[in-house]
Design a protein around this ligand. Structure first.
Ligand code: PMP
Ligand code: GLU
Length: 400
């Protein structure tokens, strides 16, 4: 009997996270002594602000080392409610909030709580890698609406309307978007809200984890459209804005019955998130937004530097990312060409060839439902980014 027969269909049908896989490959090559620049994972390269670390140490000393209530410490949930009012003008109480081990778990809880087998989830594409697999794990059917570089990778409310079927359960998207950096405007969000308003039983899951990394104007939450407020679940977390990826803290703000359902699931799977981490995160949310804004400003400089270098590569089609820390060029003009005698047929070939030939780890667009593209994360220091651009210019110049 093959060992594979022992594993469940559930795991055998599961695709590995391409972002995590690529960053592991980069780590391995680095350990072998290769000069690899990793622009694969979506993780701020900054340290967590020191006042947050200090708050965690204090919380440890004050005994926050025990189980917390499953939906999160009351103190942290109050801080989240206040943050949602301060930054987003949204009114919640602490029973709307469920804190999880990262926004990834928040999205997983939601899918488990809302999806019956065969239910459809409309996913704006390009999408963040894990959406598809999390929806599938819950028995749902992803319905992808695709947008390309020509329309700034944004789908329209008309397309949403057309994709809705009697099986639609919810719509899932991120703005600012991973992987494209696109940001939906207030008017575009209202257009989508108006479509959903026609259907009492359809929800919106709005992933706003890149809220603070936005370069032009303010962040808008689709939940600010009052008529669909009760149909909207906001997902957010500490990972990106506060450089707290390893703390594993995400949360939802949802109608009470959905929050309760998510807490019920989490109570059987992982319980509440880490106690001292929640205390520190409450301190972070209550502080002025100085640290997130400082990081945002550095990301903006890097974005501009990267774009001006990448624009020198003939054939790459670039959008102007207005948030997050990704550039998502369309590379399809290069498919069919060769490097060192190896033909590049698709985004996977391209990402592999770039890793092997010029030692830059990127993520193939196919992982995000966009096989014409590749994702470049610029969450790395400026010297590395400049060197990466030099290598990419050389690489694409030598493709023939
Ligand atoms: N949503 C998006 C769009 C992301 O890019 C990420 C990054 N991993 C997450 C959710 C999950 O973040 P975390 O689990 O670290 O809170
Ligand atoms: N969200 C990040 C990314 O897209 C982190 C990796 C992950 O959780 O998949 O790279």
């Amino acid at each position: 009997m093959s060992l594979n027969n022992i594993l469940s269909d559930y795991v055998l049908n599961l695709n590995e996270s391409a972002t995590l896989k690529m960053s592991q490959m980069a780590r391995k090559l680095k350990a072998e002594g290769k000069d690899v620049i990793s622009l694969s994972i979506g993780e701020p390269d900054f340290d967590t602000p020191s006042f947050v670390n200090e708050a965690a140490k204090k919380a440890l000393d004050n005994g926050f080392t025990h189980y917390t209530p499953v939906p999160g410490l009351v103190d942290f949930r109050h801080a989240i409610v206040d943050k949602l009012k301060r930054d987003n003008d949204l009114e919640y109480d602490i029973n709307n909030i469920v804190v999880s081990n990262g926004a990834k778990q928040s999205i997983s809880n939601l899918c488990q709580a809302l999806i019956n087998p065969g239910d459809e989830v409309i996913i704006f594409t390009p999408y963040w890698v894990s959406y598809i697999e999390i929806v599938r794990l819950a028995g749902g059917m992803p319905v992808c609406i695709s947008a390309s570089v020509d329309n700034d990778y944004k789908v329209t409310s008309e397309e949403v309307k057309e994709a809705i079927s009697p099986k639609t359960k919810f719509i899932l998207f991120s703005s600012p978007c991973n992987p494209t950096g696109s940001v939906y405007t207030k008017a575009e969000l209202k257009g989508i809200a108006d479509v959903v308003d026609q259907h009492d039983d359809i929800f919106i899951v709005s992933d706003e984890i890149y809220e603070y990394i936005i370069f032009d104007g303010n962040h808008h939450s689709i939940a600010q459209n009052e008529h669909i407020f009760n149909q909207t679940i906001v997902v957010n977390g500490m990972s990106k804005g506060y450089a707290m990826t390893g703390w594993r803290l995400g949360y939802i703000a949802a109608p009470h019955f959905i929050a309760k359902a998510c807490a019920k699931i989490q109570g059987q799977v992982t319980s509440g998130a880490t106690a001292f981490g929640q205390k520190a995160a409450a301190t972070a949310l209550r502080a002025p937004l100085t640290a997130p804004i400082q990081m945002r400003d550095v990301f903006l400089k890097r974005r501009d530097m990267m774009l001006s270098e990448l624009r020198k590569i003939d054939g790459l089609k670039l959008s102007l990312p207005q948030g997050a820390f990704y550039i998502f060029p369309d590379c399809s003009a290069f498919y069919g060409k060769s490097y060192n005698g190896k033909v590049i047929n698709d985004s996977n070939d391209l990402a592999m060839s770039i890793l092997q030939e010029v030692h830059i780890a990127l993520v193939a667009g196919s992982a995000f439902g966009a096989p014409n593209c590749m994702r470049i994360s610029y969450a790395a220091n400026e010297d590395q980014l400049q060197e990466a651009c030099r290598r990419l210019q050389k690489y694409f110049g030598e493709l023939n």
